[in-house]
Design a protein around this ligand. Structure first.
Ligand SMILES: Cc1cc2nc3c(=O)[nH]c(=O)nc-3n(C[C@H](O)[C@H](O)[C@H](O)COP(=O)(O)OP(=O)(O)OC[C@H]3O[C@@H](n4cnc5c(N)ncnc54)[C@H](O)[C@@H]3O)c2cc1C
Length: 252
């Protein structure tokens, strides 16, 4: 409804309604705030340390700021996105730890570089697992990629095995080359960590037809014989092939 939230009403200490600036009052049992994050760079700004285009502290690959003898790592710095090439602030402990290690090695007189990020993240809401890596459709559009998508529904274990739960996988693959650009996974127990296969594939610039041949593990308690990762890659490969054929036919 595109109205700004102005307040949250509470009853007996619990959220009961959301107020908007337009005067609307929306009754609610649960209020979820998805506000994003911004780096807290006040200290750096006051010290005259240059910020980058994304609003984070600008650092080179060794985590050096542009001020002599000042190094920076973690939520307040910007990183290079390995797919889009753009400078981004992605506030995650995974990056903060690796960047801190790189900064520490360099500060100690060694040599280390931070190779960039691809935006891999997982979370869990009650028993629902959600994961992503690479570019979303909006991010791929903004970066100028042309791509196809494929979504598949499968199960976390062999379908006949007790405890098998639904899992949905969505992939983005670059048009023509089939390079894997992004992956999203949602499902119950055992779903989210499958994102790490896709993260490894994206990191190594693999195409979806390379992913579909990966020698992944199988036993009924862990996966169907065709893991959802492989089924999704196969569907994405078919989408790339179909798009390439259609483009060739339209040129004739
Ligand atoms: C609720 C929550 C859940 C999260 N879950 C995950 C997760 O599951 N996976 C994941 O990868 N990431 C997760 N994150 C993100 C992760 O915690 C951060 O990316 C990571 O902690 C960033 O590390 P940092 O060292 O840059 O900053 P911080 O950990 O915030 O450390 C900065 C420190 O600097 C101190 N400080 C600030 N200003 C000053 C000052 N002027 N002088 C001296 N000290 C100062 C602060 O007190 C703080 O101790 C989560 C974050 C939150 C808030």
């Amino acid at each position: 409804m595109s109205e700004s939230v102005s307040g949250i009403e509470t009853t007996d200490g619990r959220a009961s309604a959301v107020q908007t600036e337009a005067g609307t009052v929306l009754p609610a049992d649960l209020v979820v705030l998805g506000l994003g994050v911004r780096p807290n760079v006040a200290l750096a700004r006051e010290a005259g340390i240059p910020l980058g285009t994304s609003g984070g502290i600008a650092v080179d690959r060794r985590m050096r700021t542009q001020a002599e003898g000042v190094w920076s790592a973690g939520d307040c710095v910007e990183s290079v996105h390995r797919l889009s090439g753009q400078r981004v602030v992605v506030a995650l402990g995974t990056h903060a730890n690796k960047q801190g290690r790189v900064a520490g090695i360099n500060l100690g007189g060694g040599y280390a570089t931070f190779p960039g990020v691809i935006g891999t993240a997982v979370t869990k809401v009650c028993d629902l697992e959600v994961a992503r890596t690479g570019l979303s459709m909006a991010e791929a559009d903004a970066a100028g990629f042309s791509y196809v998508t494929a979504s598949v529904d499968s199960t976390t274990r062999a379908g006949y095995f007790p405890g098998a739960k639904p899992i949905r996988v969505k992939l983005l693959a670059e048009r023509r080359t089939g390079r894997l650009l992004g992956a999203q996974v949602v499902g119950r127990e055992g779903a989210a960590k499958r994102i790490d296969v896709f993260a490894s594939a994206i990191w190594n610039e693999m195409s979806v037809d390379e992913v579909l041949s990966l020698d992944l593990s199988y036993a009924p308690p862990f996966a169907p014989v065709w893991d959802p990762v492989l089924i999704a890659a196969r569907k994405a490969f078919e989408a790339v092939e179909a798009e390439t054929s259609a483009a060739a036919a339209s040129r004739q």
